[in-house]
Design a protein around this ligand. Sequence first.
Ligand code: GAR
Length: 192
Amino acid sequence: MQAGSRKKLVLFASGSGTNVEAIANYFQDHPDVSISAVLTNKRDAKVIDRCNRLNISVLYFNKWAFYRSDTVLEILRRLNPDLIVLAGFMWKVPDTIVQDFEDRIINIHPALLPKYGGKGMYGMHVHNAVKNAGDTESGITIHYVNEAYDEGAIIRQAQIPVLPEDSAEDIAKKVHQLEYQHYPEVIKELLT
Ligand code: GAR
């Protein structure tokens, strides 16, 4: 990371984008950190409306652009972010991008990895699995992205209690609150 210059973030999101909004709000008036763009793989994702409202550039790409060409890689090289932040992004990042941006891509996972990680474990699937297992706690894991899904070095974890009466939706709500608090903080720590 370059010292002393304005830091640039690129965010990836696939869904509602509440984490994108929390990050955008956190850095809104920050003199040294800006969001260059949000990239999404879902043409009708709610995050697009949020970006319109927040005046953030949003770019859509399809599977071909991501996995079968260097289009997304080239966009990223041009944007030259200090940090790439996966914020509810549901596709595995191709090795070419991971290697080009080594140690500059982070992800947030809505459980305490290594539990409930890997392919198919995202969003409500994770919270349903936690509920069905009868776990008494869950939480978040913020980690670097490497070539193996959900296995990169852990940067921070935080826990919430799961009560017997909590539904999967209740767990999701509590986990989201943790995400909004910790993800922007970690991003700031990594950038400054
Ligand atoms: C978040 O809970 C995030 O941790 C999770 O998706 C949700 C997106 O919510 N990510 C994954 O499951 C990645 N494997 P949001 O779109 O409202 O930010």
